[in-house]
Write a protein that binds this ligand. Structure first.
Ligand SMILES: Cc1cc2nc3c(=O)[nH]c(=O)nc-3n(C[C@H](O)[C@H](O)[C@H](O)COP(=O)(O)O)c2cc1C
Length: 165
């Protein structure tokens, strides 16, 4: 069973979450490719997908959302897990339904999971710094790699069940 883990990431924190998921799935014996969403050439090589993105302004990174929406027809017939990486403190009030929810229903994803991300203020561009100054969220790395590993294991359990069918 061939699995693609693909991510949309601007500053790398989401890419590292994807790499962690890919490493867990590989360690339990799956054949896994891990890639930036922008580099994915096609989805027909794969039986199952774990696709994630950083959230900016309530939206997924365009490369990741395009990977899902451009291939929705094929993905609807495969097993797909989605995850978002973001910071609760950066959400503006009323930002309830993110694009990720719509993408998950578009492809009938088995699950859409949220993980806390990381914010390194010094690396942001001027516009981003202005937004972050205004919202003043906690800054730092809030990624919980134990929770990410646990989720990867639950995905692996479901994948084994799918593979046995
Ligand atoms: C300008 C800006 C806007 C953001 N908007 C959101 C948002 O709308 N919702 C959210 O949950 N996180 C938001 N975040 C937090 C990022 O998603 C988080 O820092 C993430 O870990 C970044 O991932 P990356 O390092 O892969 O680019 C925002 C961060 C910045 C700098």
């Amino acid at each position: 069973m061939k699995i693609l883990v693909a991510t949309g990431s601007k500053y790398g924190s989401t890419r590292e979450v994807g790499e962690s998921i890919a490493a867990e799935l590989s360690a339990v014996g799956f054949d896994v490719d891990c890639a930036d969403a922008a580099d994915v050439q096609g989805v027909h090589f794969y039986d199952a997908f774990v696709i994630g993105s950083a959230v900016y302004g309530g939206l997924w990174r365009r490369d990741a959302s395009a990977l899902v929406s451009d291939n929705a027809e094929e993905l609807r017939h495969r097993d797909v897990w989605l995850f978002s990486v973001g910071m609760a403190g950066v959400k503006t009030p009323g930002q309830q339904t993110t694009e990720a929810t719509q993408l998950a229903s578009l492809v009938g994803a088995r699950e859409l999971r949220h993980f806390d991300g990381a914010l390194d203020y010094e690396r942001l561009n001027m516009g981003e710094k202005a937004i972050i100054r205004a919202l003043n969220p906690p800054k730092g790395d809030f990624r919980d790699f134990a929770a990410i590993r646990d989720w990867s294991q639950s995905v692996a359990t479901e994948l084994r069940a799918v593979a046995a069918l």
